[in-house]
Design a protein around this ligand. Structure first.
Ligand SMILES: [Zn+2]
Length: 153
């Protein structure tokens, strides 16, 4: 498939050092639309929508903020939110800035940790983008399924 010149420009935003030190692709050479499409398929198979997942991730941010950068214990998991100075733009190139906020969720039973940012939630909600394979902040849809399950009260 031929790439539109604008898409070429957007792709640069995903490379390391442009918006994020590590970039958003982690060496994944697939076209961004193909990455999105594959994750969308996984989500559908799990019976999830990106809105459900984004809402859940945002809820964790809101709960985590209550800890004022300390660890918030929610029973099956803990949440910690840390702030960094400044704002960050979205690699998809539209206008608007996002807080540099980093969340760590620790799933006790699985002894698994997930890290994401406010920008990750935005990219899932608005663009269906979960990150390239092996990228630092990739949120694997399969793992996100666990988070959504845990949250059912
Ligand atoms: Zn965006």
């Amino acid at each position: 498939m031929k790439q539109h010149p604008e898409e070429q420009n957007i792709r640069q935003n995903f490379e390391p050092g442009k918006i994020s030190k590590d970039g958003f692709l982690g060496g994944d050479t697939r076209h961004i639309h193909d990455i999105i499409r594959e994750d969308q398929r996984t989500l559908s198979r799990l019976g999830l929508s990106r809105e459900m997942v984004a809402q859940r991730l945002q809820w964790m941010i809101e709960e985590g903020k209550k800890g004022l950068e300390g660890v918030v214990d929610k029973g099956d998991f803990t949440i910690q939110v840390r702030w960094a100075r400044g704002m960050v733009s979205c690699p998809f190139g539209e206008s608007g800035l996002h807080h540099k906020l980093m969340v760590t969720v620790f799933l006790k039973k699985l002894t698994k940790e997930m890290k994401y940012t406010q920008l990750s939630v935005h990219m899932i909600a608005e663009h269906g983008f979960f990150g390239g394979k092996q990228s630092t902040y990739r949120l694997d849809p399969e793992k996100l399924g666990l988070l959504v399950e845990l949250g059912k009260e």
